[in-house]
Every structure is written in C-alpha cells, then in structure tokens.
Ligand binder design. Structure first.
Ligand code: ADP
Ligand code: MG
Length: 311
C-alpha cells in the first residue's frame, strides 16, 4: 500500500501539506521526485535531498541490489499486446509497463493508429494480450478519433461504448499544458486501474513553440523534464508510457537514412525502447526496433485496416 508522505522522517504536517498540494501524496511520489522540483516546494535543496533519500531508503531503492533481485523485479513487468503477432514477438511479448516506448515515423506512418490500437488492447483481459485496464490519451495534434477506437474495439469483441469509457482523454493546447496534464494523469492513475498513457505526439508543441537554434536549450530543458516525469510515472505506477515523435531531415547526410528522430538527445536518453515506423506499399507498414537495451535489432511488417493493425 502507498505510505503517506507524512510517514517520512523530517516531514511534518506543514511540509506534508505543501508536498500534497503539489501532487506528492505518498512516499513513492517523493522517492521518484527530483531534488530540484522538491526544493522548489520546500525551499531548500539540502532538505529536499534528505527527504528523497529517506523515501528511497524506506522503499529499498537507495543502494545496490543483486542482479537476481533485478531479474525478480523485471519479472513483474507487464506487457500489452500490440495486436500484431510479429511485432509482439519482436518486442518480447508487447509494450512494457514501467518503461517509455517511443514511436518515431514520418507523417502517415501509422503512429497514431498504433496509439489507438494500444488504447483498445490494454482493455482486453490478460489471456487475450491486454491488462484488463484503462488508458490515458494525451492528444497534442488533435488526431484522436473515438470512431476509430469503436472500430478497433468491435473488431476485438469489446463493447464500443465501454471501450470509449475506459479511455481518459485530454487535448493538450501547449507544451505547458501538456506537462500539467501529466500531473493530472498521475492523480487518475492513483484512482483508476490505468496501465497505459499515450502522448501523441510528445514533440509537436515543443517544436512549434521553440523554433530555431536560439530556443533549443530551453526547449530541450523542458522536454527533458517532461520525459523524465513520464518515465517516473511509468516506473512508480507500473504503467506503460507510449510517446510518438516526428522525424526531421538531416541536410548533411548523403549516405544512409537522411531522416532522424526530432527531439535530439533528450528523447534518445529518455525513452527505454524506440520503434521506427515507415511506409511500404499501400497499407503496409514496416516497424523496426532501434536503441533497445536488450532487444535484437530487427524489423517486421503489419497492415493498417478498418479493423486496426494486423499481421
Ligand atoms: P501518423 O500518426 O504516423 O502520422 P497515422 O497513424 O495517422 O499516421 O496513420 C495514417 C494511416 O492510417 C493512413 O495511411 C490511413 O490510410 C490509415 N488509416 C486510418 N484510418 C484507417 C481506417 N479506418 N482503415 C484503414 N486505414 C486507415
Ligand atoms: Mg499522428
């Protein structure tokens, strides 16, 4: 069970109230916080560090553990089937909880379709590849379509209205709003059985609000915090986070792939797994895993149909 922040050494009623006001209700919330954000709340970096340390100690997260223990913890990771058998195999069973999976691709490559499909798949019972859980969908490009969810739900034998009811939807109007929505998502995750958070796309607002080299540093700093917030949410609450990313052309590449993921290093370091989608002929799409800590590099294909993504 989640221990109240006030259980922490050095956190009394006053500090406890301040922390709760900013969304840090439990020892777990504090254990996964950064010193900077906590210092902003309690006004002292040293004390923030102490509080975080004691939260981590309380949860057994503060020091070395055996690799066997790591393995035992990893066994608790759950997976959401993508609904595409070959892709599931490539992923070792599906999209992982406690991780951020980044989906990169050109316009029309199927990123949004995959997000819709996962928001349906997560609802299926475990024996059918889901987690019997709900989804949170943060839409930054206004491309979420409930009609599409209904089609995919019907194809998987789910009640379409029920499927819609199990998705918490928010349109993000700016990068700041998008970041605030992650805070709201945290409180939903605590109250409901949510196992998937989608951010489609993670980058659009950041790219349009911070154009050019002169804004790059500020953009990357904000994006860094945003992705770190998402990763912490995934880790602390055992949910899968899926973010989509656009591609950009590299003018100086003459051989090989001239496209690279937007968002630079931040996304490269923030995401645990990265999938690259690209168009093939007609409705066929090719997906490749790159930058994974343990998956072999490989690619498979799927089709986008009325029923959703299929082998
Ligand atoms: P991205 O988000 O990467 O820009 P999308 O996920 O929006 O791309 O994918 C768009 C593709 O999905 C289009 O090629 C479109 O034809 C296909 N698509 C969308 N809806 C359907 C549908 N109902 N039936 C078949 N294909 C569809
Ligand atoms: Mg899209």
């Amino acid at each position: 069970p989640d221990l109240d922040v006030e259980e922490l050494e050095g956190v009394g009623k006053v500090t406890g109230a301040k922390l709760k006001e900013k969304g840090f209700y439990t020892v777990k919330d504090v254990a996964f916080a950064s010193v900077k954000e906590l210092a902003e709340i309690i006004g002292n970096e040293e004390r923030a560090l102490q509080i975080i340390e004691s939260a981590r100690k309380m949860l057994g997260l503060h020091s070395f553990i055996s690799a066997l223990e790591v393995y035992e913890r990893r066994k608790k990771i759950r997976r959401i089937s993508t609904g595409v058998r070959s892709l599931d195999e490539l992923l070792g069973g599906g999209i992982e909880t406690r991780a951020v999976t980044e989906v990169v691709g050109e316009f029309g490559s199927g990123k949004t379709q995959l997000c819709h499909q996962l928001a349906v798949m997560v609802q299926l019972p475990e024996e059918r590849g889901g987690l019997g859980a709900k989804a949170i969908y943060i839409d930054t490009e206004n491309t979420f379509r409930p009609e599409r969810i209904m089609q995919m739900a019907r194809a998987r034998g789910l009640d379409p209205d029920q499927a819609l009811n199990n998705i918490f939807y928010a349109r993000a109007y700016s990068s700041d709003h998008q970041m605030i929505l992650v805070e709201h998502a945290k409180s939903i995750v605590k109250q409901h059985n949510v196992a998937l958070i989608v951010v489609d796309s993670v980058i659009a607002h950041f790219r349009s609000e911070f154009p050019g080299r002169e804004n790059l540093a500020e953009r990357q700093q904000k994006l860094n915090k945003h992705v770190a917030d998402l990763l912490r949410l995934a880790d602390a609450y055992d949910v899968a986070v899926v973010i989509t990313n656009q591609v950009m052309a590299q003018p100086d590449v003459f051989f090989g792939n001239p496209l690279r993921p937007a968002g630079g290093n931040i996304l490269a370091h923030g995401a645990t797994y990265r999938l690259w989608l690209r168009k093939s002929k007609e409705n066929i799409r090719i997906v490749k895993i790159f930058d994974s800590p343990y998956h072999p590099e490989g690619e498979v294909s799927f089709r986008i149909t009325e029923e959703g993504l299929i082998d």
